[in-house]
Write a protein that binds this ligand. Structure first.
Ligand code: C5P
Length: 289
């Protein structure tokens, strides 16, 4: 039995960090969005008890250090159901280590796919619980859509969907370690924070421009050295007509929202000439489950 599921990328339309928990994790307040840009995840089950993983990118791990393999292991372990041989092939299109939740989206896709293949009938909520065992962004990636994410990222409230728009995502050549960037945040010293309530209102009134001007990520204020190239990408996006531009998550990808397709295409072509990992996509309004 085989199934093919899509693992859609996520963007943060805003990202605020409220406090550091005793656990070391941080309490977040983020507005999340899903994009059409996705990885294809092909999953098949047969008799046996191993998880076998392959991808189209030779440098990605295919053992259980890959979060997609870990998701399959977790699925059987947590549900306590008889194991199967699970064969997963991931065709990656989402940039890796980029702040668009590529790994988390893959794990969420494995949960959705195995839930269907195994006929386990898990609710979205039950899959989100499994997801949190693997990472803070996985619960959001189960259903996607426009949502407020609080707590570690697992306390999710659906929001009015972002109006359909054109999005250019650009990843510079370096990567940023999530834990390093969190380590640079001192919650008592954050001077500028996003107007999350204002963004939620702008979503309610379906006003793309008002959402775009409220895009803000507190992580941008602790970027240093070559990481500041993110600002050059944001400036290029705004110069090309983006209504707003921001770094997603812990970066380093920056993205711009456009209401005009030609302007978005122009930005995409200009940036792609410098940064090969540049993508033109749209937001995806439908929930995945
Ligand atoms: O949950 P995840 O594995 O994606 O988190 C990676 C790292 O990011 C954590 O080890 C932690 O350092 C940091 N993190 C955090 N607070 C969150 C989410 C992640 O401090 N809410």
């Amino acid at each position: 039995m085989e199934i093919r599921v899509q693992a859609y990328g996520k963007l943060n339309l805003s990202l605020d960090i409220l406090r550091r928990q005793l656990s070391g994790y941080h309490d977040m307040r983020m507005v999340m969005e899903t994009v059409e840009l996705c990885d294809d995840v092909q999953i098949s089950i047969a008799e046996g008890d191993r998880v076998r993983l392959s991808t189209n990118l030779h440098y990605l791990p295919v053992d259980d250090s890959n979060i997609a393999a870990e998701a399959a292991e977790t699925f059987f372990q947590e549900l306590g159901i008889p194991r199967k041989q699970v064969t997963i092939h991931i065709h990656k299109r989402l940039p890796v280590s980029a702040g668009v939740a590529g790994g988390s989206a893959n794990a969420a896709a494995v949960f959705r796919g195995l839930n269907q293949l195994m006929g386990t009938g898990l609710s979205a909520e039950e899959m989100r619980r499994l997801g949190l065992l693997l990472g803070s962004d996985v619960p959001y990636c189960i259903s996607g859509g426009t949502a407020l994410a609080e707590g570690r990222g697992e306390v999710l409230t659906p929001l009015c969907p972002l109006p359909l728009c054109h999005i250019v995502i650009c990843k510079p050549r370096f990567s940023i370690r999530t834990a390093d960037l969190f380590g640079r945040i001192d919650c008592t010293k954050i001077r500028h924070r996003p107007d999350t309530a204002g963004m939620v209102d702008a979503l309610k009134s379906e006003n793309l421009g008002q959402v775009a001007v409220r895009m803000y990520n507190v992580f941008e204020d602790v970027l240093d050295g070559k990481q500041k190239e993110v600002f050059a990408i944001k400036t290029a996006l705004l110069d090309a007509g983006a209504l707003g531009a921001m770094m997603s998550g812990t970066g380093p990808s920056a993205f711009g929202l456009f209401d005009d397709e030609q302007a978005a295409r122009g930005a995409y072509e200009r940036l792609r000439a410098v940064y090969p990992e540049t993508y033109l996509t749209r937001n995806r309004r439908e929930l995945l489950v």
